[in-house]
Design a protein around this ligand. Structure first.
Ligand SMILES: Nc1nc2c(ncn2[C@@H]2O[C@H](COP(=O)(O)OP(=O)(O)OP(=O)(O)O)[C@@H](O)[C@H]2O)c(=O)[nH]1
Ligand SMILES: [Mg+2]
Ligand SMILES: [Zn+2]
Length: 301
């Protein structure tokens, strides 16, 4: 009897939430599962990426246990991520250093490895071309890996595949930047739904509606719905923000004051570097905007 029970318990990874079910990938295949009744009471809400223990009864799994998470993103809701592929388009929608910095802060705060993926390079033309290539160079100088791709011409797409090996990755980015298109370009059999962004903002704008974890390039990757309204950096303390800009961190020991927030303090090495054009002015401006947002949010409570 006891032996039977051991055979019926399996470990796996939640890859999809659908109609109240959790699809769990196990070494023996996918199992449609339900959460055990008392999870909600215990304040546990299983998400994609969670490692779980299942009890299997007539082909339905029952999640008995959610293992401790290595990390967890609230938006998109996904757990146990090794790296985030931050997807920003070179055009349509226009390249936005502001959005990119928001994503970077969010990911840096969780101590998840970010990789920047530029999409729609085929659409880049005119003045935007120089602006985007300067930005790419500047982010590389900070130390970020930046990959330039086009799912249309397939340029650069193959350089994404080796990055996925043995890792769990999440794609994150604004709606319509081409996250699902990139996955389709890497693996046409995925046949993920993609579509033009509608001009009307608001509801019904997201083509991908659920987080789904898929095997790709000898790893797992989560496609996610795009962000449309941006309310992060949420839950972040002001003190924490300055650690999310690696090029500021590299200089902060040279600031006159320990714990310098690089705002109005005298003898600030970060401000000096901005003035000397050694730090991107847009990064510093965005930092200042995030500082204000955090202050305003703190004031509200
Ligand atoms: N020209 C060009 N168009 C692209 C490229 N990548 C994606 N697109 C187009 O951009 C539109 C949006 O692409 P999606 O892949 O649906 O975007 P997404 O990021 O998955 O959007 P959500 O699922 O809503 O978050 C589609 O019309 C794609 O055909 C590209 O590299 N070049
Ligand atoms: Mg999509
Ligand atoms: Zn400073």
């Amino acid at each position: 009897m006891a032996e039977n029970r051991i055979e019926d318990n399996r470990e796996g990874t939640i890859i999809r939430l659908q109609g109240g079910f959790y699809d769990v990938m196990t070494p023996q295949g996918e199992i449609r599962s339900r959460a055990r009744g008392n999870f909600r009471k215990r304040g546990i809400s299983p998400v994609v990426g969670d490692e779980v223990v299942l009890h299997i009864e007539s082909e339905t799994g029952y999640i008995l246990e959610v293992k401790d998470r290595q990390n967890f993103l609230v938006r998109p809701p996904v757990a146990n991520i090794d790296q985030a592929l931050l997807v920003v388009s070179a055009a349509e929608p226009d390249f936005s250093a502001h959005l990119l910095d928001r994503f970077l802060v969010l990911i840096e705060a969780k101590e998840i490895q970010p990789i920047i993926i530029l999409t729609k390079m085929d659409l880049l033309q005119g003045e935007a071309e120089q602006h985007v290539s300067e930005a790419i160079a500047a982010y590389r100088t900070i130390g970020y890996q930046v990959i330039e791709t086009s799912s249309e011409t397939l340029t650069g797409v193959e350089s994404v595949r080796p990055l996925l090996k043995d890792k769990t990755s999440v794609l994150a980015g604004q709606s319509g930047v081409g996250k699902s298109s990139l996955l389709n370009a890497l693996e046409p059999s995925l046949a993920l739904e993609t579509s033009h962004i509608s001009k009307a903002l608001g509801r019904g704008r997201h083509t991908t509606r659920h987080v789904t974890l898929m095997p790709l390039g000898d790893g797992l990757i989560a496609d996610t719905p795009g962000f449309s309204n941006l309310d992060f950096p949420h839950e972040m303390e002001l003190e924490e923000l300055r650690w999310c800009f690696p090029e500021f961190v590299a200089l902060q020991d040279d600031c006159k004051y320990r714990g310098c927030l690089h705002l109005n303090e005298p003898g600030c090495a970060v401000k000096q570097a901005v003035e000397a054009h050694e730090i991107m002015s847009s990064r510093y401006t965005n930092y200042g905007m995030f500082v204000e947002e955090i202050k305003n949010r703190t004031r509200r409570y």
